[in-house]
Design a protein around this ligand. Structure first.
Ligand code: KIV
Ligand code: ZN
Length: 498
């Protein structure tokens, strides 16, 4: 197995996206998550660009232990001085300096010529070497740079001491075959190439960032520059999770990374939340639907053997299991599986058939069915057979009154009554129930939702109760939300009391 280094630029290229800016504390939180995830390098910012970026590089250098902290510069001495200053607390600091190498950049941006740019590139690397051992050079717009000229630049910067040479497809222009060829050309035509690591840095303007990065890796690159969720300017950068999981899925490539893939889901959610950047539902690996099966044939196939329709075990990226989205196309097997995961295990085939018919009628009216809908279907049919039932409930609540509930419940035909006060009418009522049913149980989740709108609406209550280390689900719906809450609680309790 060959080792591929993961260079994460979520906090530099990713953070350049309008609206994604983080404060220093948030950056530290993301950087710590990246460290736990196992990235090799964290690009922490562009210190000369603003005092905020400078401070972030300083603080991340102090907070992070294992990954190298990298600071971006232009091929300008002042930038390099400031970057070196920002990195002074880093356990392992890297300066990332560079300049445009395509004709577009040389002529129309830098107003220069190829020979002068080559000299400036080498000089910047040499200058940065005064401060740190680890110097990375980027040839901006390498994707559109002539390969012969690019090879000369790469050779010159390696001779000047570059430890890593980055070949960015800055505009996301290349085709995978073209980008792969470029890396291959450099590997074969730069005499000192073995003295440095070649890096890919691909943008996603044509939706090919991951394909291009992998083409680069297959042809010899050993560092990929990536962001979490593929965030980045315009259409974004290469997504870390896509490259890592592609390599994990294709063992025949014999390339491994240091990423703890089980942390991917968590890290993705953290970055999306802090940067206020939702992940598109169908995004590979981390989208809400990435492991959600909705067609009946696929659901049946996945339940028989996950690998029939899944190339990645969701657990490998930190998701508990693939979700089966119940729709009118779902089969009995999928319904049975979902009911079992909601704690309804003891259903006869006959009863399941009956519930399934009701399910299909409801699914015809709604696009997809939630857990509450499914529990409601079963709940309606089951209420007569429940051991514990709510018989009577009276609550006293309002402003400046003591919230008190009196409750009577029927347990297998015998009636029990209790009164309790509490922090609100629901709390008082549930405490009263608990005084009758002496069990060590705690509410883990409690959700009240209106079905439609208006003050005469029905409230749906979904509750999760923990008992003996297991979770039991309860559901009820009523125009009186206190009654619905107590019934939902009793519904959950019925699942473990026998
Ligand atoms: O896309 C790019 O070229 C970059 C460089 C600054 C590395 O982000
Ligand atoms: Zn970039």
């Amino acid at each position: 197995m060959d080792r591929l280094y993961i260079f994460d630029t979520t906090l530099r290229d990713g953070e350049q996206v309008p609206g994604c800016q983080l404060n220093t504390l948030e950056k530290i939180e993301v950087a710590k998550a990246l460290e736990t995830l196992g990235v090799d390098v964290i690009e922490a910012g562009f210190p000369v660009s603003s005092p905020g970026d400078f401070d972030s590089v300083v603080e991340l250098s102090k907070a992070i232990t294992w990954p190298a902290i990298c600071a971006l510069t232009r091929a300008v001495e002042k930038d390099i001085d400031v970057a070196a200053d920002a990195l002074k607390h880093a356990k392992r600091g890297r300066i990332h300096t560079g300049i445009g190498t395509s004709v577009y950049h040389i002529v129309h941006k830098l107003n220069s010529n190829p020979d002068e740019i080559l000299l400036r590139a080498a000089a910047a690397v040499k200058y940065a070497k005064k401060y740190v051992e680890d110097v990375e050079f980027y040839a901006e717009d390498a994707g559109r740079t002539d390969n012969e000229y690019l090879a000369r630049v790469v050779e010159a910067v390696i001779a000047a001491g570059a430890t890593v040479v980055n070949i960015p497809d800055t505009t996301g222009y290349c085709l995978p075959s073209e980008y792969g060829e470029k890396i291959k050309f450099l590997m074969e035509n730069v005499s000192n190439i073995h003295k440095a690591v070649i890096a890919t840095h691909c943008h996603n303007d044509l939706g090919m960032a991951t394909a291009n990065s992998l083409a680069g890796v297959i042809n010899g690159a050993r560092q990929v520059e990536v962001t979490i969720n593929g965030i980045g300017e315009r259409a974004g950068n290469t997504a870390l999770e896509e490259v890592v999981m592609a390599l994990k899925s294709h063992k025949e490539l014999e390339i491994e990374t240091n990423i703890n893939t089980k942390r991917i889901w968590e890290t993705s959610k953290l970055v999306s939340t802090l940067m206020s950047m939702p992940v598109q539902p169908n995004k590979a690996i981390v989208g809400r639907n990435a492991f959600a099966h909705s067609s009946g044939i696929h659901q049946d196939g996945v339940l028989k053997n996950r690998e029939n329709y899944e190339i990645i075990d969701p657990k490998d990226v930190g998701i508990d299991e693939s979700s089966i989205v119940l729709t009118a196309r779902s089969g009995r097997a999928a319904l049975k599986y979902r009911l079992a995961s909601l704690g309804v295990n003891d259903m006869s085939q006959e009863k399941l058939d009956e519930v399934y018919q009701q399910f299909l009628r409801l699914a015809d009216r709604k696009k997809s069915l939630s857990d509450s809908d499914i529990l409601a279907l079963v709940g309606e049919r089951d209420s007569a057979q429940k051991k514990i039932k709510l018989d009577y409930l009276q609550v006293l609540c309002g402003k400046r009154v003591r919230q008190v509930a009196t409750i009577r419940i029927d347990i297998a035909g015998e009636k029990f009554e209790s009164t309790s006060s509490g922090n609100g009418p629901v709390d008082a009522s549930i405490k009263a129930v608990k005084q009758i049913i002496h069990r060590q149980m705690s509410i883990q989740e409690f959700l009240i939702q209106a079905i439609t709108k208006g003050s005469d609406d029905v409230g749906k209550v979904h509750i999760q109760v923990e008992y003996n280390g297991k979770i039991y689900y309860g559901f009820s719906a009523n125009t009186d939300i206190v009654t619905a809450s107590v019934e939902a609680f009793i519904d959950a309790v019925n699942k473990f009391v026998n």
